[in-house]
Design a protein around this ligand. Structure first.
Ligand code: ING
Length: 308
């Protein structure tokens, strides 16, 4: 039994005018709640420190850089690291990263109970578009503001287990989970900011979008026999709704905990990392069952080519 008590710390809306200090105070509030419930790890959303700024068009990058962190921890986030250290709790959260070389990434980090950053991940699957799109009810400019991740899909040893990270749209692509599954991942943490409406199809209901969100998480967890902890930034940000449905999914694909609100909300579950073993040793024993000689197209081809 290798139990990790996980707190999924959903954040409600962050308005464009909210400061990082305001947000970190809310994150610390959730962290203290998690400490009271004796959590070992607390997971926060994608881009947890700011509003979901890719919905806003900035002509030049200098203006957009206001949303980015050039140091981690920085002055605004140091109090979060300090409180986590006091509690001896590990963290995972997402933020917009500006590197010393001037590169921009949608990033997530894994911080151990001594507040050392033990893992960094940069979002690989960037949805949306580069230029302002008049067809859309709202913009989704991740391809404008971020480079595709350049760190691959690594796993990290922490808390006597094997942990991985992905971010939001990554959860919709089976390759994301499988690459980490092939490295023995036992728990994947992911943050997301998902609009409750589809900017290109008005008749897609939030219920359908939440169905696809859960379908992606449950399939990824089951097919790689891993825990998945998915945490939303939810609520209405400057008039734009994001759905909640943060959830903790067990290695058989069952949702064991789910948020009920679109506010700051902590859900907690005891996750036994040994519960991943049965699936990894039987139905998803990759070494025994995979036939890689037939999978070439998955990496040799990007788009669809219909044979003649
Ligand atoms: N957001 C959304 C997500 O993948 C999206 C974008 C929604 C793409 C629905 C496709 C369908 O959940 C982010 N931030 O990736």
């Amino acid at each position: 039994m290798r139990n990790v008590r996980v707190g999924a710390a959903q954040l409600g809306a962050i308005q464009k005018a909210d400061s990082r200090e305001d947000v970190v105070a809310r994150m610390i509030g959730l962290l203290d709640q998690a400490a009271a419930e004796k959590c070992n790890l607390v997971v926060y959303p994608e881009l947890a420190l700011t509003t979901f700024f890719p919905r806003w068009y900035h002509e030049n990058n200098v203006e957009a850089d206001q949303w980015f962190e050039s140091e981690m921890p920085g002055p605004a986030t140091q109090p979060l690291f300090d409180r986590a250290n006091e509690h001896g709790i590990a963290l995972s959260f997402g933020f917009a990263e500006l590197t010393p070389e001037g590169e921009h990434y949608n990033t997530s980090i894994l911080v151990d109970p001594d507040s050392n950053i033990v893992g960094t991940y940069r979002k690989v699957h960037l949805p949306g578009h580069v230029e302002y799109d008049t067809e859309r009810t709202h913009q989704h400019l991740e391809k404008r503001y971020f480079l595709p991740g350049n760190l691959g899909l690594p796993v990290f040893r922490m808390l006597d287990g094997v942990f991985g990270m992905c971010i939001c749209n990554d959860r919709r692509w089976p390759e994301t989970y499988r690459v980490m599954g092939l490295q023995g991942v036992e728990m994947i943490t992911l943050g997301f900011n998902t609009p409750a409406t589809n900017s290109l199809s008005r008749n897609e209901k939030p219920e359908q979008r939440i169905f696809h969100h859960k379908l992606s998480l449950q399939a990824g967890a089951y097919q790689n026999s891993t825990w998945v902890v998915a945490v939303a930034k939810a609520g209405v940000e400057d008039g734009f709704p994001l759905f909640g449905a943060s959830c903790i999914v067990d290695p058989s694909g069952e949702i064991v905990a789910e948020t009920k609100t679109e506010e700051d909300e902590l859900i907690v579950a005891d996750c036994d990392l040994d519960a991943t073993k049965f699936g990894k040793e039987t139905i998803f024993n990759f070494a025994q069952h995979r036939r890689t000689e037939h999978y070439g197209l998955i990496t040799s081809q990007t788009g669809v080519v219909v044979p003649d």
